[in-house]
Design a protein around this ligand. Structure first.
Ligand SMILES: [Zn+2]
Length: 684
């Protein structure tokens, strides 16, 4: 209580649950038999009269959309026919049927149709949606356009005459298949198929609780959340509430402060005892960044939980579930719609270049070369201090992943997927695959990189599918293997290094997730190769909140000296690390021959970097300390003036910015040639 700031914490009423003996002592003024009757006999009698109740309705209440079963079947079949022809290839027909049967039988059609509507709405409004998690393992999800990941085996199909070829050419995914012309009509064949088992998503009996996690553009997230309210009706959708508890270090701080303030010396054991008592107690409430809880139209949220504003803030217009969403997500549907920067970046690149991102070839050689060389950027490794060209490419730009790229020199889409899996797991690469590959015990293509690898490999080794699935689930949750599983693997000639590797893994990506992320990353990398100006403009606009014009826009020398300055600090803080990342990208940009224009009162945007005459024009917000509101009002005032503020005073009156902002503008040369006031310009 003291730690939470209650000044009367020391004057607590003695309210706590007493032991039977303590209670008997409280009633000592009665004789013993009477006290026993009051404390023990009667309380038990009352308890026996009560039936057991649960504060949360036990019902499982997913929303129901009339005709969902029929709808998904129809949409899938039509989409499949538009890709593979009126008479579907057997492999497509079988996969569709198996998935649809399983989805419909287990009552998941509504979930699929909801996701389909959400993604369609976003696509119609011009924003791609990234899929997270394992939903890309479902071919039905692909046919409903919920995910871009096509989980069929690698194959060719003709966009013109619908010819298709599912022959196994020994290539692990469609993108890596060699180019080929249609033997029937001569058209260039499309290549697809990431070869992912459906079971990763719904389990072998199709009864694993499915989770459709979607990444919407951050700037579109509000719109899509509102759309769910429209879809399900007012008062039927709530933000998923969270409850955060006091953690070890915070609890320790509370206890320490408590005794310090009272100048008391206590043994460490007592401190530990009190810390233990505080850990896990509710600290505050909040909301899941993208979670929406849906109540079916014939039910009320109050059957499941009360509602509230997050962090008890009565002025917030957000309403969340009062209970932590985990305690009710078995009963009610939780939609997971995060805001993500990749779809925003893709949208900005599309706006700047007019290129439809879905038409970008995922087998582009030049783009692929970025992951193993700097050639496509037209620079030598020494110029940018990196032997790969992936600075700023999502998932592949960090020092950690660049190191993996340098070790493995990937040249295929398959390898990128594997690296993505390796880099996102916990104890999957470090102390695991990295060592195995270095020691020559396994190659990149043999090492365990994603969940699906385990199941697919074990089935191939001859283990029963059900066991292979269970082993995969246990390993990916970090639970390792039990004795029975280990001996089953040995019986089927699974090598020791593989078993060891499984035991070390704490968490790992599903393949579908890796594919979806690599697809987005590859597109952004493609823009980096072919549209450098637009690439850097959108990178600095969306991914570089620490951009600071003062030492970034005045040439490469200034950038390099700032880098040196940071390098001398040794270990960098989070913020300095982020700044350093931007500096690395700036060096690369300058080395590719791109420069900045000055910040300009009339030509600069408030927050966006603009492409102008083969150069980049930084926005007002790139001046450190100049806030978003000031940037916006400067832009608005300049737009109204159309190129002519009469004086600095005039600028200040019209834009309502403070003196400190004027000083900043002065420093960046934005006020050059302007007189202080109107009078001076008349008489001076
Ligand atoms: Zn054809």
């Amino acid at each position: 209580m003291a730690g939470q700031g209650f000044s009367d914490a020391d004057n607590q009423a003695p309210l706590y649950l007493r032991t039977t003996n303590e209670m008997l002592r409280e009633f000592e003024y009665l004789d013993y038999d009477k006290a026993y009757e009051v404390v023990v006999t009667n309380t038990n009698a009352i308890s026996d009269m009560c039936e057991e109740i649960c504060p949360i309705s036990k019902d499982k209440c997913p929303p129901h959309i009339e005709g969902a079963d029929k709808d998904i079947e129809e949409i899938c079949t039509n989409k499949a026919k538009s890709l593979y022809g009126e008479e579907l290839p057997q492999i497509v027909k079988d996969r569709l049927k198996r998935e649809l049967d399983s989805i419909i039988k287990n009552g998941f059609s509504t979930l699929y149709i909801i996701a389909q509507k959400l993604v369609k709405k976003s696509n119609d409004d011009g924003y791609l949606v990234g899929s997270r998690g394992s939903v890309g393992s479902s071919f039905v999800a692909n046919m409903l356009s919920i995910t871009e990941v096509n989980s069929l085996p690698p194959h060719y199909r003709c966009p013109n005459c619908k010819y298709s070829d599912f022959t196994d050419y020994g290539i692990k995914n469609g993108v890596d298949l060699p180019d080929k012309q249609c033997p029937k009509c001569g058209e260039n064949l499309a290549k697809d198929g990431m070869d992912i088992p459906f079971e990763t998503f719904l389990g072998f009996n199709g009864d694993k609780e499915p989770d459709i996690d979607l990444n919407f553009s951050g700037e579109y997230q509000g719109t899509i959340h509102k759309y769910t309210e429209k879809l399900f009706g007012e008062g039927k959708t709530f933000k998923a509430g969270t409850v955060s508890a006091i953690k070890d270090n915070i609890a320790f701080g509370y206890v320490k402060k408590y005794f310090d303030e009272r100048e008391k010396q206590v043994p460490n054991a007592e401190i530990s005892r009190l810390v233990k008592g505080c850990v896990g107690v509710k600290k505050t409430t909040g909301q899941h960044p993208g979670g929406i809880i849906v109540v079916p139209h014939d039910r009320e949220i109050y059957e499941f939980c009360p509602v509230q504003h997050p962090a008890d803030d009565p002025n917030s217009d957000i309403i969340t579930t009062h209970f932590d969403y985990h305690s009710i997500d078995k009963n009610l549907l939780k939609l997971d719609m995060l805001g993500h920067v990749d779809p925003t970046m893709i949208r900005m690149l599309q706006d700047l270049t007019g290129i439809d991102p879905t038409t970008i070839p995922l087998d582009d050689k030049k783009t692929m070369s970025l992951f193993s060389s700097t050639k496509a950027l037209g620079v030598e490794p020494e110029q940018i201090k990196s032997s790969v060209g992936s600075f700023g490419v999502p998932e592949f730009g960090t020092k950690f992943v660049r190191g993996m790229l340098e070790d493995t020199k990937p040249t295929t889409f398959e390898e990128l997927i594997r690296i993505s899996g390796l880099s996102h797991g916990t104890d999957v690469w470090l102390n695991n695959a990295e060592t195995l590959i270095k020691e020559g015990k396994a190659t990149l293509s043999e090492a365990i990189c994603t969940r699906d690898d385990i199941m697919t490999y074990l089935i191939k080794q001859g283990l029963p599918p059900q066991n292979s699935f269970k082993i995969m689930e246990s390993v990916r949750k970090g639970k390792g293997l039990n004795e029975e599983q280990e001996s089953l693997m040995r019986e089927n000639n699974v090598p020791e290094w593989y078993i060891d590797s499984c035991k070390k893994i704490k968490y790992m990506f599903p393949k579908a997730h890796a594919v979806a992320y690599v697809t987005m990353a590859f597109r952004i990398a493609w823009f980096k190769v072919y549209y450098p100006l637009e690439y850097y403009a959108s990178y600095f606009t969306l991914r570089a909140p620490d951009f600071d014009s003062e030492f970034m826009i005045f040439g490469e020398e200034k950038v390099k000296s700032k880098m040196k300055e940071l390098e001398q600090l040794g270990k960098l803080s989070k913020k300095d690390g982020d700044v350093y990342t931007i500096l690395e990208i700036l060096v690369e940009m300058y080395e590719r021959g791109i420069e900045f224009l000055p910040i300009d009162l009339y030509k600069s945007h408030s927050t966006k970097f603009l492409v102008e005459d083969g150069k980049l024009r930084p926005p007002f917000s790139s001046i450190s300390g100049l806030g978003g509101v000031a940037a916006e009002s400067l832009k608005e005032a300049a737009a109204k003036e159309g190129g002519k503020f009469m004086s600095i005073d005039d600028l200040q009156i019209k834009s309502k910015v403070g003196n400190s902002v004027l000083d900043m503008l002065q420093k960046f040369g934005c006020l050059e040639g302007m007189s202080k006031s109107n009078q001076l310009s008349l008489f001076g």
